[in-house]
Design a protein around this ligand. Sequence first.
Ligand code: GLC
Ligand code: MG
Length: 429
Amino acid sequence: MEVDWIPEFMIVSDLDNTMVDHKDPDYTSLLRFDALWEAYYRMNSLLVFSTGRSQVLYNELRSEVPLLTPGIAIMSVGTEIRYGDTMEEDKGWVKELDVGWNRSIIVEEAEKLNLKFQCESEQRPHKVSFHVTKEDAPEVIKKLTEAYTAHKLKFKFIYSGGIDLDVLPEGAGKGQALAYLLKQFKIKGTTPKNTLVCGDSGNDAELFEVADVHGVIVGNAQEELLQWHEQNAKSRSNVFLATERCAAGIIQAMQHFNFTPNISPRDLPTPLIKEATPEGAIAVAHEIVEFQLLFERWFKGAVENSDEVFQRLKATLLPECVLVNPWGVQVKPLVAIEMARPLYGSLKGKNFRIWIDRIRINQISEEVWAVQFDKWLKSDKELSCRLTSGLLKKKDGTPNGVAWLHIHETWLLDYAGPTPRYVKGPKSA
Ligand code: GLC
Ligand code: MG
């Protein structure tokens, strides 16, 4: 599904070591970003991931880390553009990449040099990839350039992470893929109001060259990207060098460029009962994120163990609200929630977290919103996902001015869709 609305904001982010910090086993900054995006941006903005990974390795990452579902995924170093939950490929882009490209010659000439090919999944129709050391890279690139030029091919090299060498069609790459997307948006009149591109390594450099975008080079960036910045973008105010690592650097850039909101709900204390300030869909999204976050904090003992805090949980459950849980049992959450009271702090020190993905909201009357989202739960033992539908209704005197009227949860089990997450849901209550 292509974009047929005007995004308020678009983030185009690399994954490894930009969105995802592989050095943080708790994924703290990624979870901060997730909450920020779902609470404030999901319903009117566009999240784009631009990764060197193929779909195979991308899915692997999704099964390992709390990665949100993007609106668009640009994979294999800008050689594949895929839309929405179905990951439908942009055929127009494929056609453009065919120009001057001859994959078998690219491979043949590399074989003559005995280069070390990357694994099979990373060899794509418009991407041939090798592992080459920093020392060998200049010589390898020189020899391949001579060979390919002799065949009159149109190609380009991208060197990343001090080890990965990609050969792509001349018109490919993360930057050109983004430029192509922006061109399509322009034709349809759906250009995002602001765009922030985010990266850490060599294959991201092109993203910062795209016209009319802001950019952030995260604090843990690779030498090659910092060098590129030094030589090409030092005096450009639209490219920000973050001091924070990965997703924390992205949030830091949102603050630097004043893209608001830019404070994650995870960085705020749990709001207690107060006058409602947000309105409409924003208030609803807010409630979904905050409500689950408070649960996580309650079980982890990360909030005060007080009636006041527990009252915050209860305040947004209407007395008539029914919850159908994933085992098909109907409960009254306002009653059932009492079971959580003595469980305060029971998951302290455990690797427990809850995060929300794919919030969708439809206002169905002046007072009622229908919502759908994925609720992920991770503990030391398991990862599970509840596909959740619900209704929220206007209610004054609650933190977000709305309260839960209905909740229905279903296990998202071994979901084998186009973007599978290999999830084992609990089999019994
Ligand atoms: C990812 C891809 C790999 C590529 C690298 C740099 O790691 O899996 O094929 O070479 O990004 O672009
Ligand atoms: Mg990276």
